[in-house]
Ligand binder design. Structure first.
Ligand SMILES: [Zn+2]
Length: 243
């Protein structure tokens, strides 16, 4: 398997041994710091990005969409940062850490739903769009219920849930007549998928979780760019704003 043998490399001090089944990996202090900073640095830009879409909105429907998407973006980086700070500095507060770990997982479901919202709200799509518009939030709620009941118990199932939720709405989004932005959407999705390799490599690759964070940042940036460019900056002829 691809990785670094901690016994043989100079990178040993940057990484601890892999966690056993159903146990959480314990990052080194270097990894803790990287986990915090890689998402903390995105909190400010997320708020700016939300404000920019709000400012570019031509009507209330676009404004609401900008807020839903923007809040998903801000919540992801905010909750992730708080969770990683608590894991690093306040790990003795077990129940608080456990609570934020669940929040860190739950926010991903809502972030996926929020990321699809601009496309489902502002693009002329196929007949299934109206259903998918609320179904993604139902999936997010289902994911939340799962986290509260089976948190950390079946990690593979959890990953399967994320991937299902990440790709299922794409069935509808890819049916849109106007294909502008589809390339960026696919690129972002691919970056998320590549990042999962690192998400699953704690204790195998130093800073694996922080690298996963960087992949999340890149994918979210590509998706934001597509939403800004195709749905807000020059959407005049293609959105359903006047519907
Ligand atoms: Zn994280």
């Amino acid at each position: 398997m691809l990785g670094f043998d901690p016994q043989k490399t100079r990178l040993r001090r940057f990484m601890n041994s892999r966690a056993s089944a159903n146990c959480r990996y314990q990052p080194t202090c270097y990894e803790h710091a990287a986990n915090c900073y890689t998402h903390a640095l995105l909190i400010g830009p997320s708020f700016v990005g939300m404000a920019l879409l709000h400012w570019l909105s031509a009507n209330n429907w676009e404004k609401i969409t900008a807020w839903v998407y923007g809040m998903g973006l801000c919540a992801l980086f905010l909750v992730s940062t708080v969770f990683h700070i608590i894991t690093w500095k306040k790990s003795h507060m077990r129940s608080v850490e456990h609570c934020f770990h669940m929040c860190d997982r739950v926010v991903i479901y809502f972030f996926i739903a929020a990321s699809y919202t601009p496309w489902l709200n502002l693009r002329e799509l196929g007949p299934l769009t109206a259903h998918m518009r609320w179904f993604i939030w139902l999936m997010a709620v289902a994911g939340t219920i799962y986290v509260f009941n089976y948190h950390e118990k079946y990690k593979v199932v959890e990953l399967a849930f994320y991937l299902t939720m990440g790709f299922f709405p794409a069935l509808v989004v890819t049916s849109m007549n106007n294909t502008d932005g589809l390339y960026e959407l696919a690129c972002g999705g691919l970056i998320y998928c590549l990042g999962v390799v690192f998400f699953k490599s704690d204790g195998v690759i130093p800073f694996a979780h922080a690298i996963w964070h960087v992949f999340v940042v890149l994918a979210a940036a590509v998706h934001y760019y597509a939403i800004w460019k195709y749905l807000y900056r020059s959407p005049r002829a293609e959105t359903i704003r006047d519907a």
